[in-house]
Design a protein around this ligand. Structure first.
Ligand code: NAP
Length: 324
């Protein structure tokens, strides 16, 4: 049996229920894994609330790191005892033990522990594709990233700095300004107090930035468009403040010949080889000190409700994990 969190209907953090689930044996191309650390991600709240709908009842969580207990038939890349991590569907990472398809797992190299691996698979893979595949960030450029002190935000600026780029960050409180600066943001704007679009235009001599990375969504969308220079790109990769309103293309996009994309991680890492290569780049950066991961908080698995409450009330100041 595995202690797991399930949801029987969408709703607030109170719908997260601890239960015992039977795990069984892995089938062909599957591995059975004991999760030693589980990544807490904002997307988990979308699954829980029903913003991203799931068939019910459902497990929850996409990301964890652990050790393989058993491999099924035809498993080629892994053996019992291997340290692995994953960050994608099928849902159900909030669990002590589970079975996952081999194709979603990556090997964790020596020198990276399970807690760090669980903190940076989703956030690191997201950063990786955002600044190297969605937008090719170059040395000397200055771009804007919203929610700079958050999980993805803390990795993004460090990675951008490692390739010689500068990042302007936004945060929702003065406490978070210091955190964002410590993680490499050159300028940090408290968007709860100031109009970030006006500040960005001042910082760029009224030119605007070539790219805005916007995981906040509803509240920042219009301002993000206003920060872009002609032919700039708005990368709308999340909706922490709510889903976007419909876009008026002639007014919002055509006015500056802008590019707008709404990327998701699964479209950038489409097979196990791409996934392992993407994860290895992140692991290397951590091993060589280019990216430092400071885990903000560890919650017990049974405290998942509290973890979601903290995440949605903007109290989480960096990567957080659940320990089964
Ligand atoms: N598309 C993809 O492939 C992909 C993959 C991973 C993550 N994401 C997205 O990336 C974003 C960041 O994810 P994360 O897990 O690292 O979360 P996070 O940044 O640690 O937390 C979300 C942050 O959003 C900000 N925020 C602004 N308005 C908010 C509101 N009304 N309610 C709650 N938070 C609000 C808060 O920072 P402030 O207080 O500083 O405003 C909060 O800390 C999320 O939108 C997530 O869905 C997308």
């Amino acid at each position: 049996m595995s202690r797991s969190i399930i949801i029987k209907k969408p709703g607030g953090p109170e719908v997260l229920e601890l239960t015992d689930t039977k795990v069984g044996s892995p089938g062909p191309n599957e591995i059975k894994i004991t999760n030693l650390a589980i990544g807490l991600n904002y997307i988990d709240t979308y699954h829980r609330s029903g913003l991203y709908s799931l068939p019910m009842p459902s497990g929850i969580g996409l990301e964890a790191a652990g050790k393989i207990d058993e491999v099924g038939a035809n498993v080629k890349e892994f053996n019992k005892g291997d340290n692995v991590a994953y960050a994608s569907m099928p849902i159900g990472a909030y669990a002590q033990q589970r079975i996952i398809p081999e194709k979603i797992a990556v090997k964790i190299p020596d020198g990276i522990n399970h807690k760090v691996a669980a903190s940076l698979m989703t956030k690191g893979l997201t950063t990786n594709y955002l600044l190297s595949k969605t937008y090719h960030l170059k040395a000397g450029e200055t771009v804007l990233f919203h929610a700079a002190a958050g999980g993805v935000g803390q990795i993004f600026a460090q990675w951008a700095n490692s390739i010689g780029a500068n990042v302007i960050g936004t945060v929702g409180s003065d406490e978070k300004i210091k955190i964002a600066k410590e993680h490499g943001y050159k300028h940090v704007i408290n968007y709860s107090k100031m109009k970030f679009e006006e500040e960005v235009m001042k910082l760029t001599n009224n030119v605007g930035v070539p790219a805005v990375f916007d995981g906040v969504g509803k509240k920042t969308f219009k301002g993000s468009l206003a920060c872009l220079r002609p032919r700039g790109m708005l990368i709308s990769f999340g909706n922490a403040s709510g889903p976007l309103d419909p876009v008026n293309v002639p007014k919002d996009i055509q006015s500056k010949s802008l590019f707008l994309t709404r990327p998701t991680i699964g479209h950038y890492f489409t097979n196990r080889e791409e996934l392992q290569a993407g994860a290895d780049e992140i692991f290397e950066k951590v091993k060589f000190g280019k990216i430092k991961i400071k885990i903000f908080k560890e919650y017990k698995l049974e405290d998942a409700k509290k973890a979601h409450e903290d995440l949605e009330s903007r109290k989480i100041l960096g990567p957080a994990i659940l320990i089964p």
